[in-house]
Design a protein around this ligand. Structure first.
Ligand code: FA5
Length: 337
């Protein structure tokens, strides 16, 4: 019976359809079943010997089958084209996704940003300058002559052409004052270099230099601004003290300590049982420094300070080995996210 044959044909067609996997297989299938000389056309021709009623019923069934095949072939064609495109660009959507690792800002950069923001609020402008310096800017103009023992205080890296790696950010005082006219208020963050290495000292480390020059700048301004900075950085309750010190480029010179934030000033290993931690050096700009940049000392006064960023970061985060900042251990760095 032709009706039974058509039923059998249908199941054969859909079984074969499932196995189509490429455009050429798809074309062969199309020609085989719905082409001009295809299987369905030949069945349609066979209908002419049947009764009118059977012709109508089976004719409708065969035409519907043809239409279904066409629709599903179009769909299949799209799927195959997508797959081939993916293969070309090497994309396999069945692979599990790759985890995206988000980076974190380095703790030292975080501290630099934080400190710059504090001084910006006080009207200090941020300036930067070269890490390769001349002895003139790094020493001579800062009242550290050739013979001065302070040149030994900072173990200097000398380069072949007589240049040096700056040992502190203080040359930025000279560069700024030569470039600008007072009044001025700047901070200069950056890398500095000394031949120095242990758990608290690194051959490359970071400092922030500060300089304020105006007609009436006093030691009280220095104390007020640096106390504000300490409280903003370490907390409102932080105690500060100023101790006399010596720098060739400031007079008088001081060092500022904060009450140890680790033991709450009770005395611990970190503060060598003194209850205090030294965080920066500062002082009133020495008249010899003003002379080097041709600022009239009868008119202008100023103060300067310099602090070590790593030291601030170590105190703030309770880190006891400076080398951790530079060894790029992800485990360490990710804890600052
Ligand atoms: C100076 O470098 C002066 N230029 C600071 C200054 C500026 C004083 C302006 C007055 C006016 P000192 O050598 O003390 O000072 O260094 C400043 C800070 O740098 C130190 O308190 C310390 O925190 C840090 N420091 C010094 N050597 C190292 C090192 N090798 N590794 C890490 N930090 C260091």
């Amino acid at each position: 019976m032709i009706a039974d044959e058509i039923e059998k044909l249908k199941s054969e067609i859909w079984q074969e359809f499932e196995n189509i996997d490429s455009l050429s297989e798809l074309n062969n299938f199309r020609i085989k079943y719905i082409g001009k000389k295809g299987v369905i056309t030949s069945y349609l021709k066979k209908l002419k010997d049947l009764t009118l009623e059977e012709k109508k019923r089976l004719g409708k069934e065969l035409n519907q089958l043809k239409a279904d095949i066409e629709t599903r072939l179009k769909q299949k064609e799209k799927e195959i084209l997508f797959k081939e495109e993916d293969k070309e660009v090497g994309l396999d959507l069945t692979l599990p996704g790759r985890r995206v690792f988000l980076g974190a800002i380095h703790p030292l950069s975080q501290i630099i940003d934080e400190l710059c923001a504090i001084f910006s609020r006080l009207g200090f402008e941020i300036v930067t300058g070269p890490e390769i310096e001349t002895e003139y800017y790094n020493f001579t103009a800062l009242n550290i002559p050739d013979w001065h023992p302070a040149r030994d205080m900072q173990a200097t890296f000398y380069l072949k052409n007589g240049a040096i790696l700056r040992t502190h950010t203080s040359p930025m005082q000279i560069r700024t004052m030569l470039e600008r006219v007072p009044p001025l208020r700047i901070i200069a963050p950056g890398k500095v270099y000394r031949c120095d290495a242990d758990v608290r000292h690194s051959p490359m480390f970071h400092q922030i230099e500060g300089l304020m020059v105006d007609r009436e700048v006093s030691f009280s301004d220095l104390k007020g601004i640096l106390t504000y900075f300490a409280k903003e950085t370490f907390g409102e309750k932080t105690k500060v003290r100023f101790r006399p010190s010596y720098f060739p480029f400031t007079e008088p010179s001081v060092e500022m300590d904060i009450g140890c934030v680790i033991c709450n000033s009770k005395g611990c290993r970190v503060c060598s049982y003194t209850g205090w931690l030294e965080i920066l050096g500062a002082g009133m700009v020495h008249p010899e420094v003003f002379k080097a940049v041709n600022y009239d000392t009868e008119i202008w006064q100023g103060f300067a300070f310099g602090l070590g960023i790593e030291r601030i970061a170590m105190i703030k985060y309770g880190i006891d080995d400076i080398r951790l900042f530079f060894e790029n251990h992800l485990y360490f760095l990710e804890s600052f996210k």
